[in-house]
Design a protein around this ligand. Structure first.
Ligand code: ATP
Ligand code: MG
Length: 782
């Protein structure tokens, strides 16, 4: 029979084609970013189907994210020229294991309709167990145990397999409670995420007949992003592949970014031992990025030790250099990126216009997203957040907002319900029910209902005192809210009205920003996360600080809440073009013509944690993350950093990331912030290293910054060049002089005509005479 034409093979280079046509036996495709690994893998699936080697349901294809799985399905469909039906085994590890486990649940004591717990449920369950054992949750937080148990599950360790070296964990009680936890889950007919793989590995190991059935069934196995598999996933794959031994794994050791979640890059290196005779395919041509982008990425990753080392080349035109720009602060960075995006949309700067779908902002930490979300909303730039909730949808943000809602509008029963027992106040379902009933009977809101209930001693135990405290708190905060407000620092409110009558009206109460902090503190909400000794807690606290910071730009809480409901309203996807915002982790495998990489500052990227670690492991993983970030870009890659960020409610100075130093200079163009600090820096400057060039191109060369440095020196703080993340209170610095020319982000240029502490009177060229707070000014005559 004549072979059917296979046009899809024509779009491959010889190495890719070899990998696609090598259908039998183990194949390892080890190659750098953008070399077409995923393309080859997808084409391989097509080839299997077209040549009749396998039916769609006999192919097991594993990817890391749902988005990647969907994309792979679409690509297979496009190449085949028809909708792919019946590929039930193309998906993420978890999705595939859920399906398998439902079929065999009884083998681990579960029913097939088991439920899957989320982290909150997991934690609640662990807390119960810990409490029953009389373990002090403060000293030994259940969340810590949760992390330990997840770690064991990532390593495919059932309680009986936990090694002796781990016996001391969680005050020597870890293994014991792990065992109880697993028993309890079975009683509840439930599993957690880690169980999905763990149970399947257990089933395969204990029931060879079941394993054999699947070994036979899955004729071909394919795995994308193999470098990020953990031990449990690896074992699961290895067990399944022992049947036909038709397994094809693709990966890139330089893109291993999930070590912190138990991924073992060693799995790649072991492949040839596990599957002797494996075909190893190397792909070296990159089809994604321009030479400048590739060279920049290669330059950074070269700093890692112990790499397999790969060559990458491209035929693409040289294109633009990677752009590097420094900003005064994080807000400025967001504003600049917003303007750049709009400019690119219009097709300025000699480039063709590109749509918003072609642009992405990749951040290191999710709390960086807020500044972009707010900015884009203000200027009406459509955006989407990929992988993970948008800032205002996060649990801690919703909780905090619920507090603000109750305080500004005590009728908001939904908000009250959300916070009445968060943090825990001993007000369980029964108590909450009573509040509801009382409120209904009296036709009042829940706050009033609770008040009536308390007056009639309708609530007993510890809950009564705590509820009273909450209601008193709400009353108190509500009063503060209506008290005379002092203008808050920052944004719209940083102008002190000339009449100054606001200041003469008796002692000012708190600003809405301070009030927000007070609410979160006094309600015990901040404390709840502070006492939480788990990996997620610091992030949640960061987000709360971010939230408070966001408030500065609004006149009052009400205005802020309206702004957020607008954001939420904006949620529905109208299918129009949007800029993507996501973390670097979520960007794995994706590509965009234009990529922005903001926040390249030591302490943020690389993260403080990785810098504090004694070894280089953490730092190397951060460097791989930088490599992943740069290699997402096809044509234009823009790296930026800010000299100052408001962190934990204080201005923190930061140094440009050490990774900036590692960018090869020939492939990077240092941009000067247009007109911001007098606009005369940058171009004429001698470049010692990029780091210095970037730093001097902006903030560090501004008179304001130098004053700050001098001042920091006086106060015994080391000079910023050496210091890493030393906090400097910018308020203390107002060494401006009369007549000095200054720049204000809202009012533009002006001259100082009066000084009163850190409040300055400035005659602005356009805006006239205003009083402003000194920290919102930068000097510009030098
Ligand atoms: P990553 O490591 O980032 O996951 P990858 O190796 O999986 O990258 P792909 O996403 O498969 O790379 O491919 C990168 C880009 O190059 C895609 O746009 C793809 O369509 C294109 N590409 C891959 N191979 C070829 C080829 N032979 N000819 C033309 N374009 C190709
Ligand atoms: Mg890929």
């Amino acid at each position: 029979m004549a072979a059917r034409p296979q046009p899809y093979l024509d779009s491959l280079n010889p190495a890719q084609r070899a990998a696609v046509e090598q259908l039998d036996g183990p194949v390892l495709m080890l190659a750098g970013a953008g070399t077409g690994k995923t393309k080859a893998l997808t084409t391989r699936i097509v080839h299997l189907l077209v040549t009749g080697r396998a039916r769609p349901n006999e192919v097991l294809a594993v990817t890391f994210t749902n988005k990647a799985a969907r994309e792979m399905k679409t690509r297979v469909g496009q190449t085949l020229g028809q909708q792919v039906e019946g590929m039930p085994w193309l998906g993420t590890f978890h999705a595939i294991c859920v399906k398998l486990l439902r079929r065999h649940a009884e083998l681990v004591g579960l029913k097939s309709n088991f439920t899957i717990l989320d982290t909150d449920d997991q934690l609640r369950l662990l807390k119960q167990l810990v409490a029953a054992e009389n373990i002090d949750d403060k000293r030994w937080p259940a969340r810590m145990l949760l992390g330990i148990i997840d770690g064991w599950k990532n390593r495919a360790l059932t309680p009986d397999k936990v090694p002796a070296s781990d016996a001391g964990l969680y005050n020597h009680r870890g293994t014991e409670i792990y065992e109880q936890y697993q028993r309890r889950l079975v009683e509840l007919n439930a599993v957690d995420f880690g169980d999905l793989l763990l149970h399947m590995v257990t089933i395969f190991q204990k029931h060879p007949d079941v394993l054999e059935q699947y070994q036979r069934w899955f004729r071909y196995i394919m795995v994308d992003e193999y470098q990020d598999t953990n031990v449990a996933q690896y074992l699961w794959l290895r067990l399944l592949a022992q049947g036909h031994r038709n397994i094809c794994c693709v990966g890139d050791d330089d893109q291993s970014i999930y070590g912190w979640r138990g991924a073992e890059v060693g799995n790649i290196l072991r492949f040839e031992t596990d599957f002797p005779g494996a075909h190893v395919v190397k792909l070296e041509q990159n089809y994604r990025s321009t030479p400048h982008i590739l060279a920049a990425a290669s330059g950074v990753i070269a700093g890692n030790e112990g790499r397999l080392g790969k060559t990458l080349w491209t035929e693409a035109e040289e294109g633009e250099k990677v752009r590097l720009i420094g900003h005064w602060d994080g807000e400025e960075e967001a504003r600049w990126i917003g303007e750049e995006i709009e400019a690119m949309q219009r097709g300025t700067r000699g480039m063709d216009a590109i749509g918003l779908d072609s642009m992405a902002i990749l951040v290191r930490a999710s709390h960086q997203m807020r500044a972009f979300e707010d900015r884009f909303l203000t200027i009406g730039l459509p955006y989407r957040v990929i992988g993970g909730p948008r800032f205002y949808e996060r649990l801690e943000i919703r909780d905090a907002m619920a507090y603000f809602r109750v305080v500004t509008s005590p009728d908001d029963d939904l908000a009250f319900e959300r916070i009445v027992n968060t943090p825990k106040r001993g007000l369980g379902n029964v108590a909450q029910q009573k509040i509801q009933t009382t409120a209904r009977e009296h036709g009042v809101n829940l706050v009033e209902g609770a008040r009536i209930l308390l007056a009639h001693d309708g609530i007993g135990g510890k809950g009564a005192a705590q509820l009273r405290q909450l209601i008193d708190g709400i009353d108190r905060w509500h009063k503060m809210l209506r008290g005379p407000l002092r203008p808050a620092a920052g944004g719209e409110d940083d102008v002190i009205e000339q009449t100054a009558t606001v200041f003469d009206e008796g002692p000012p109460e708190v600003t809405h920003v301070e009030l927000a902090e007070i609410i979160l503190d006094e309600s015990g909400y901040t404390g709840m996360w502070q006492n939480d000794k788990t990996p997620e807690a610091p992030g949640r606290l960061d987000n709360l600080k971010e939230l408070v910071k966001a408030l500065e730009q609004f006149e009052n809480l009400q205005g802020f809440l309206e702004h957020v409901s607008l954001i939420m309203d904006n949620e529905s996807d109208d299918g129009g073009e949007k800029v993507s915002i996501m973390t670097l982790h979520a960007a794995k495998g994706l590509e965009f013509p234009a990529v922005f990489l903001p926040g390249w500052e030591d302490g943020l990227f690389p993260s403080q944690r990785s810098m504090d670690e004694s070894g280089i492991k953490g730092l190397e993983e951060e460097r791989r993350l930088a490599y992943v970030g740069i290699t997402r870009a096809e044509e234009l890659c823009t790296i930026s950093f800010a000299g100052n960020r408001m962190v934990f409610g204080q201005w923190q100075s930061a140094m440009p990331s050490r990774f900036i130093d590692e960018l090869p200079q020939d492939h990077v163009e240092v941009l000067t912030p247009p007109g911001l600090y007098g606009g005369s820096f940058g171009a004429a400057m001698p470049k010692s290293t990029l780091h210095d060039a970037a730093a001097e191109a902006n903030v560090y060369n501004s008179p304001g910054w130098r004053r700050l440095q001098a001042r920091a020196g006086e106060r015994g703080v080391s000079q910023p060049r050496e210091q890493r993340n030393v906090t400097i209170d910018m308020n203390a610095v107002s060494s401006f002089t009369m007549g000095e020319r200054v720049f204000h982000q809202k009012f533009g240029y002006g001259a100082i005509i009066g000084i009163e502490g850190d409040k300055l009177e400035v005659d602005f060229e356009k805006a006239g005479v205003k009083k402003v707070v000194s920290r919102f000014l930068s000097g510009c005559d030098d």
